[in-house]
Design a protein around this ligand. Structure first.
Ligand code: 6GU
Length: 233
């Protein structure tokens, strides 16, 4: 998988792309990420990438030209670009279903906006997907782009062995994870539930399902409603 990040803050990605899973995926050649400074495609002496909004109002808007020039430069033309993602608070909230689709693409251009916005013609002519990572305000799309890269990378064949699949299934099953424990059986007065020490695998499965349901019901009523409607129509 080839990822191209377009950003005003390339330095933002130095840490996340080297650490842990992403660092290993890149070292082994399963993932290649190139982080590009949008200013490299500005054409004036001051390398300007933003301008005042037509119609007035606060803040600056990222210009269309550098994004188009970058995509043309990187892929040899707009038409040849892979599935292109714009990271923006107006996008659809990222969910695992979409991550699975992204992971099947040969390449992903990730276009990072600033909060005030990007010229609409970038959205209209370049974006296949508009992605947000939640209902809160970030200064720009960089953190969201890092989230997309990490979520996608752990699904790439060879990156995680088979340790991903189990946990992913339980998420796509529509429930949050059940509680996990490891040794010791008692820690500072807190005991591991007896059922987990019982060796009764059916009882363990029942307990885990109950716990997952209860946890989902109390912290994610939206997921819980969808889950109960799916299994009990
Ligand atoms: Cl993708 N960008 C910004 N600026 N804020 C966000 C976001 C993205 N997703 C959630 N909040």
């Amino acid at each position: 998988m080839r990822v191209d990040v377009l950003t005003l803050f390339p330095g933002y990605f130095d840490g996340p792309l080297r650490a842990s899973l992403l660092g290993r995926a890149r070292d082994s050649g399963l993932l290649s990420v190139a982080v590009h400074d949008l200013r490299d495609w500005a054409t004036d002496r001051h390398r300007t990438v933003d301008d005042v909004p037509y119609g007035g109002g606060a803040g600056m808007v990222l210009k269309a030209e550098p994004f188009f020039a970058a995509v043309e430069g990187l892929y040899g033309g707009i038409e040849q670009r892979p599935r292109t993602i714009v990271l923006t608070p107006r996008g659809a909230p990222l969910a695992q279903e979409r991550v699975v689709e992204f992971a099947a693409e040969p390449g992903l251009p990730l276009l990072c906006g600033r909060y005030e916005g990007i010229d609409e013609r970038v959205h209209a002519a370049l974006a296949h997907d508009e992605v947000s990572i939640g209902d809160y305000v970030l200064a720009g799309g960089e953190a969201a782009a890092a989230v997309v890269v990490e979520a996608v990378t752990r699904l790439l064949p060879g990156v995680m062995g088979n340790t991903a699949s189990g946990a992913d299934e339980s998420f796509s099953r529509g429930l949050l994870e059940y509680p996990q424990y490891t040794r010791p059986a008692e820690f500072r007065g807190m005991r591991v539930p007896d059922v987990l020490l019982s060796g009764d695998h059916d009882a363990v499965d029942r307990w885990r399902t109950e716990q997952a349901e209860e946890r989902t019901r109390s912290t994610r009523p939206d997921l819980y409603r969808a889950w109960s409607q799916r299994t009990r129509p």
